[in-house]
Ligand binder design. Sequence first.
Ligand SMILES: C[S@@+](CC[C@H](N)C(=O)[O-])C[C@H]1O[C@@H](n2cnc3c(N)ncnc32)[C@H](O)[C@@H]1O
Length: 196
Amino acid sequence: MDISFLIPSETVRTGSKKTIKSIVGGQERIDVFSRCLLNLYRWKERLNTKITLIFYLSHTEELMKISIPLSNINRKIESELDSTREMLKILSKDQNYKVEFEKTNFRKLLNSLARNHGLYYLTPDGLPIKIYEEAIKSESAVCFVLGSQYDLTTEQEKILFDLDAKPLSIGNQNYLASHVITLVCYNLSTSEAFHS
Ligand SMILES: C[S@@+](CC[C@H](N)C(=O)[O-])C[C@H]1O[C@@H](n2cnc3c(N)ncnc32)[C@H](O)[C@@H]1O
C-alpha cells in the first residue's frame, strides 16, 4: 500500500528569498514543513513502501501542489538542519530534485487524489484508526490530509467531506503536524491492515 500525506499551508511561498537562518527564525512557517519531512523520512525504510509527502501552497498567488516522493531524496535527512536544507532546495525548484510542482486548486487536487487513494482526514474529532483497519486493508493507496500550523479551513474540510474522506483521530489532544505523521506511521507499522 502506497502512503501519502497532504499538508496545505497558506503561508509558505516559492518565490520569496529565504535562508536557513530565516527559516529557523520562522519565515512563512516553512519549519513546519521541514519537521514533517524530517519525521516522515524516518519511516522511509521502516514502512518499506512508497511514501510521498505532498505540500499544497494555498496562498492565492501560489495555488501549487509540491509532490515529494521520499525515494527521490538521495541525501540522508538526520537532523532538522538537514531537512531545512532540503526544503530550501525543494522550494527553490532545484533541478536536481525530482519534485513535481503543479498549479492546481485544492478541490482539483483532492478530486485527482480521490481517484486512486482512500482519503483520510486527520482530526481529533475523528474515529480511531482501528475502526478503519478493514477499509485501509482494501486500499492500494491512502492519503492522509492534515493541517500545518493551522487547522484546515472550513472550505477545505467541506471539500474533503464532499469526497467522503474518513475522519481519523489519533487521540483527543491536539498534536503538531510532524508528531501526527509519526503517530500515523507508528499505528500503520503495528497494524495488521498494513502487513497483510
Ligand atoms: C498543529 S495542528 C493545527 C493547529 C491545531 N489546532 C493546534 O494548534 O494544535 C496540525 C494538524 O494535525 C492534525 N491533528 C492534530 N491533532 C490530531 C489528533 N489528535 N488526531 C488527528 N489529527 C490531529 C490536524 O489535521 C491539525 O490541523
